[in-house]
Each structure stands twice: as structure tokens, then as C-alpha cells.
Design a protein. Structure first.
Length: 171
């Protein structure tokens, strides 16, 4: 049936991006160089992954439903991804203490970057206006970058299916 003038909204997504919600980066671009700290305060940078494939996933907040589903999907498929040659790094603006608690609670086998200064999220173009429950605010747009062995972006996943994320990465 056609209902002129009526806009049907899908409410399955709790977060809505206001200004398009997509990064300026695209497949084939060189990945932005980054230097940051993980959950243990250990330095991590893009050059650490030279010669390896990297799944770099940006998520809004530790221990929230969507972020937990996404991280646990990657955890549950970690060995599969490793066999395919992928390393995994998660990034949010949460601090090291929050990341450590999130990792321990959900037994995550990969590192999480504490981008408290919001440098990485801005460099990768995944920070901007969002709307949740009628409230507008700035935050991370859930986005994953698959980076090849030479530091080039092989794939950008902007419409992340949190419970099926591994399949999006490998397909």
C-alpha cells in the first residue's frame, strides 16, 4: 500500500546519525596514521600492523548493548579471523580503566584503544552529530575499517550489523 506524505521509520536502530553519519575515507585510501594507548597504557600504532590485515572497529561506548554484541561477535569469531590473517583493534573514547573492565567482563581477546582525546575518531571521520531518544549530541558513528597489509583501506563498513559483524568483514 502506498501512503503519500507518511514517512515510515525503522526503529530497530537506537542511534540515528544526523549529518549522514559516514566517514570521508573510502576504499583504496591510505589509512590515517595513529599513535595511541590500549587498555593497559601500552603504545599502539598503525605501523605495528605493517604486513598484517587489521580490523579497526570504532564503537560508541563500552558495555552498552550494541557495542557488547559487536565486540562479542568478534570475540566469538576471533580464531576464524586470525586464521584469515586479521588482527583486531577496537576504538572508543572510553578510558583505559573502562576498557580493562569491558575486556575482563566479556573475555575479549583483542586490544581496545582509549581515544580519550578523540584524535583517532576525528582523523578517521567517525565523530559527529547523533540523535538518540529525541536528544542530539556528538559521538562516535559505529564504523569498521579493514586495512590491508600496506596500510590501505580495503573495506569501510558503516552499516554495522552488531550480531553479524564478522560476516560483514569477511564477505
Amino acid at each position: 500500500m502506498n501512503y503519500p506524505g507518511i514517512l515510515l521509520l525503522c526503529l530497530s536502530k537506537m542511534e540515528v546519525m544526523v549529518n549522514g553519519g559516514s566517514t570521508h575515507l573510502k576504499e583504496g585510501d591510505k589509512a590515517p596514521v595513529f599513535h595511541s594507548k590500549d587498555q593497559n597504557g601500552k603504545s599502539v600504532s598503525l605501523k605495528d600492523f605493517k604486513g598484517k590485515k587489521l580490523v579497526l572497529y570504532f564503537y560508541p561506548k563500552d558495555d552498552t548493548p550494541g557495542c557488547t554484541a559487536e565486540s562479542c561477535n568478534l570475540r566469538d569469531n576471533y580464531l576464524k579471523l586470525k586464521k584469515l590473517g586479521y588482527e583486531i583493534l577496537g576504538v572508543s573514547c572510553d578510558d583505559e580503566k573502562s576498557h580493562l573492565k569491558f575486556i575482563k567482563k566479556h573475555k575479549l581477546p583483542f586490544r581496545l584503544i582509549a581515544d580519550t582525546e578523540k584524535k583517532m575518531v576525528k582523523d578517521f571521520g567517525v565523530w559527529g552529530s547523533k540523535k538518540f531518544m529525541g536528544r542530539e549530541f556528538d559521538g562516535i558513528w559505529r564504523t569498521t575499517f579493514v586495512i590491508d597489509e600496506k596500510g590501505r583501506i580495503e573495506k569501510v563498513i558503516g552499516e554495522v550489523e552488531t550480531a553479524n559483524h564478522t560476516e560483514q568483514i569477511v564477505s
